[in-house]
Design a protein. Structure first.
Lengths: 196, 698
């Protein structure tokens, strides 16, 4: 049965229009429904994850009107007409987005639960860099922002600072940073793994 | 028939994680993401929990909750289904009026939406009566006792020789107390269940490390016949031990499913509730005593470990067991004591025992090195045992010293000035530290694999194992490929479902070892029975009960962890710009997923070293730091340059794959290496985790 019949509460409902990964929806939401729960529980869009429901972990990150956004800290009724891209909507057809492919190449995950949020956050973050947003660790707030401009050491510091809203308890941070370096076209770290 | 060693072809080579595509797109479906597979929309369950630590529930008044639009039902101890076997107090949810800790489940609200369920839970009025005796919630409140057994079946106490006499005669003595706080597993996917009762079968999608374990424990408690409980876990968002055994929320979801009578129920534990309902690592207090010759050779070693458990169910962290095996000393003793409290029961968290125990031991060894004026690596070399001091058995492959020496060369240890507190870089005091790591190579019997030939060299391999993020799906495919002598692309692996043959838990770093041995056995049985080119449809099922080569050997993995720390001279802030782990773990089956396991262990060890501390309110007994803002786990910005490597080796005494487990050793010793580095940086010896700034502002 469609979600508008069962799984709703009479008297608390309103309808919003959301475009999710290219598909337009009209969805009935409770005035208390977060954007995250609207996606997961009303539209059965589970490519966005709930890790804390308090804006502390980043698992629910999507691109909301092209900016990275925590859907657990957003009430659905405030976002009528919004366009949302989850990790599943980033690629073109069956092709992965370059950031996603780089996560595969660098094993930038383990359990996979924070991963869609990490991926969306990385895509949004790289766009912020392009647009010139400085971060807490950017030395010169006036200059153009270029991840590579401040020297090798600053590349990882910038990436890590900008990605710190996305927790990964499996501890895949090195792989994630390496993946973002690859996706951003930056030089790769040399890694020695096994030896005789 | 028992399994025999297999020839590595795919094993030892890179293979991209087979479920990576599903994970980077998010389509991997976790426990409450199966609505489209359900017969109808699920009801949402929300837990109502106690607000006192000890007492009784007088009455649950659900009238306001039931009046709220969308609320369908409220379960309490008077209305929930009775368990057939309520003998596990943690799982005896809503069975009586007793309150054993603050945060215990006292009611479950079922509603059409999660918003209504949550509001309904707020509206339930629970009338509670505190017990006449005050609740005891912190160590000082209670009396310690000697348990009969520690976790994983360990003897609580061991004695070998006369420790007190040896200490009295020792030229150098270290006698200090080390503490670790309550730590919380905190996987990114909160514990969650979708459950359906169809009148005959209980069906669950669960976030668990063991589908068969949940089915048998929950099914038995409910009195369901064998085979009537199905548990599936296609994807699990981390566990780190907290999903190794079923906890109260799984039973609450099952009871809710019975109450819903055919309607599916979805229960997602909130992040806050996880801190009281899904297990944690107890705080530990370790008195560690070392007596040595002037050159650092140990004469005596003793580890007295104190921890706490709950009054309603016992769990004893095996904190002192690593002290039984690591170093040679003629006089050795270990004890475990535990204080029962009116608190949530602790449980497994990554490397239970080894993590807090090796923190104490490896900081104590560093103190001994300083006291003797001996290099810490040299000290360990001088105390290398010939046989396992605990059992007297030969080690299968003890290469601790090689790990230390290789790590020392790569980390630049030779240039280290041992003098503490003398290196200043700007406002940062800089130091380096080292610690040993160890973890037993465990093996669990009773794993069954079914292999079916699909024709044209393709095989379906089925086992009810679970991939909680370790890479099991990928690694078991590689093992099956090598065991059958085909390419990994010709293996169709199925796991994560009790409809598949029985498998043990993803825990104890024993998953790959135990499941892999079963897969090898089934493959060899298939070849023995049906030859190299079996017809499509031919199948073989085999159960591995043991692996004989491991008998009479002390099977352990070893490692060495190096850390550089910077401690701010004015604020006390601690940063860890680089760490290196070098491991001896037998054959590494997939270097990519293995590297992630080691790195993940180092990150969790770093997190425990610097940040993690569950603070319990001494008045009420609940964890105050019950979210990811106040219980900080390492984030991107906390992690510096991490490097791992491993010795190129195989250990066919441990498994037919030549591998040993790797899931936990990365967290062992890591906090000690960091603590030792902060001593080298500052000259201040900190014996209590976490290494917060206040320790260094003296």
């Amino acid at each position: 049965m469609p979600p508008s019949v069962l799984g709703t509460v009479a008297g608390m409902e309103t309808t919003v229009r959301l475009t999710v990964d290219g598909t337009p929806h009209e969805v009935s939401v409770d005035t208390r429904t977060t954007l995250l729960d609207a996606l997961r529980e009303r539209l059965d869009v589970h490519t966005v994850k709930k890790g804390c429901d308090h804006g502390q972990c980043g698992s629910c990150t999507v691109l909301l009107d092209d900016r990275r956004h925590l859907t657990c800290l957003a009430l659905a009724v405030s976002y009528d007409g919004a366009t949302i891209t989850t990790a599943d909507g980033l690629g073109e057809g069956d092709d992965l987005h370059p950031v996603q492919q780089a996560f595969l190449n660098h094993d930038g995950y383990q359990c996979g639960y924070c991963t869609p949020g990490q991926v969306c956050s990385a895509v949004g973050m790289l766009e912020e860099v392009k647009q010139g947003h400085p971060s807490h660790v950017t030395e010169d707030l006036e200059a153009d922002v270029d991840l590579d401009a401040e020297g090798e050491l600053m590349v990882d510091e910038e990436i890590k600072e900008r990605m710190s809203g996305n927790l990964c308890r499996c501890g895949a941070y090195r792989g994630i940073v390496d993946a973002i370096r690859e996706a951003a076209g930056l030089e790769q770290h040399e890694r020695q793994e096994a030896g005789a | 028939m028992t399994a025999t060693p297999i020839r590595p072809r795919s094993m030892g080579t890179h293979l991209t994680r087979l479920d990576g595509h599903e994970k980077v797109t998010g389509v991997a479906a976790y426990a409450v993401e199966h609505a489209l597979d359900l017969p109808e929309r699920p009801l949402h369950a929300w837990l109502v929990t106690s607000t006192i630590a000890r007492g009784t529930v007088e009455r649950v008044d659900a009238s306001d909750a039931l009046a709220h639009p969308g609320v369908v039902q409220v379960l309490d101890h008077t209305s929930a289904r009775r368990l057939a076997k309520p003998d596990d107090a943690e799982l005896a949810v809503l069975q009586d009026d007793a309150i054993g800790f603050r945060g215990q489940i006292v009611a479950v609200v079922l509603a059409e939406t999660s918003e209504a369920a949550r509001e309904g839970a707020r509206l339930v009025r629970v009338h509670q009566t505190p017990a006449a005796a005050p609740a005891e919630v912190v160590l000082d409140d209670g009396e310690a006792y000697a348990p009969e057994v520690a976790n994983a079946g360990h003897e609580p106490d061991t004695t070998d020789g006369d420790v007190d006499a040896a200490l009295a005669g020792a030229a150098v003595v270290v006698d200090a107390t080390y503490t670790t706080p309550h730590e919380f597993n905190s996987p990114m996917e909160p514990h969650a269940v979708t459950a359906v009762w169809d009148g005959e079968h209980l069906s669950m999608w669960d976030s668990t490390q063991s589908v068969h374990g949940v089915a048998s424990v929950i099914g038995r408690a409910l009195g369901l016949e064998r085979g009537k409980t199905r548990v599936r876990a296609p994807y699990v968002g981390g566990g780190f031990g907290s999903k190794g055994l079923p906890h109260a929320p799984e039973m609450a979801a099952a009871l809710a499913a019975f109450a819903a009578d055919g309607r599916p129920v979805q229960l997602a534990v909130t992040r806050q509730q996880m801190f009281s309902l899904t297990g944690y690592r107890t705080q530990t207090v370790s008195r560690f005593r070392l007596g040595a010759e002037p050159d650092g050779r140990l004469l005596a070693l003793s580890h007295d470990a104190l921890s706490q458990t709950s009054r309603y169910k016992e769990f004893v962290e095996q904190t002192a067991t690593s002290a039984r095996t690591m170093y040679a000393a003629d006089a050795r003793a270990t004890t475990h004591r535990v204080v029962p409290l009116d608190v949530a029961v602790p449980a497994w968290m990554r490397a239970p025992g080894e993590m807090p125990g090796m923190f104490a031991q490896e900081v104590a060894m560093d103190e001994l090195a300083v006291a003797c004026g001996v290099d810490p690596i040299q000290l360990r070399l001088r105390n290398e045992p010939d046989v396992d001091p605990d059992t007297g058995n030969l080690f299968n492959n003890r290469r601790l010293l090689e790990c230390l020496e290789r790590g020392a060369a790569r980390f630049g240890w030779a240039e280290r000035d041992p003098e503490p507190g003398v290196r200043l870089d700007g406002d940062w005091r800089v130091g380096t530290g080292v610690a040993s790591a160890s973890y037993p190579a465990l093996f669990m019997p009773g794993n069954t694999t079914r292999i079916q030939a699909l024709g044209e060299g393709r095989y379906a391999v089925s086992i009810g194992a679970v991939d909680i993020g370790t890479g099991a799906r990928t690694v078991l495919t590689q093992i099956a490929a090598d065991a059958l002598g085909v390419e990994p692309g010709r293996i169709e692996l199925s796991l994560g479902d009790t409809e598949l043959p029985k498998a043990t838990v993803a825990g104890g770093s024993a998953g790959t070892s135990s499941w892999g041995t079963s897969i090898v056995l089934a493959a060899q049985q298939l070849r023995a029975d049906h030859g190299d080119d079996p017809d499509a449809g031919v199948e073989t099922t085999a159960t591995s009960e043991g692996y004989p080569d491991m008998e009479n050997l002390a099977l352990h993995s070893f490692g060495a962890v190096f850390a550089e720390t910077r401690v701010h001279r004015w604020t006390g802030e601690v940063r860890v710009p680089r760490m290196l782990g070098v491991y001896s773990v037998g054959r590494v089956i997939n270097p990519t997923t293995a590297r992630s396991q080691f790195l993940g262990g180092l990150v969790m060890g770093l997190s425990g070293a610097l940040f993690e501390e569950g603070y319990r309110d001494p008045r009420f007994g609940h964890v105050v730091t019950q979210d990811l803002a106040t219980y900080h786990v390492a984030s991107h910005a906390d992690v510096g340059d991490l490097q791992v490597e491993w010795l190129d080796e195989e250990d066919t005494a441990a498994t037919p794959m030549g591998s040993r487990g790797i899931g936990e050793i990365g967290i062992v010793g890591t906090a000690a290496a960091i603590a030792n580095a902060t001593f080298h940086a500052t000259g201040t010896r900190v014996r209590d985790l976490p290494l917060t700034a206040d320790h260094f502002l003296t």
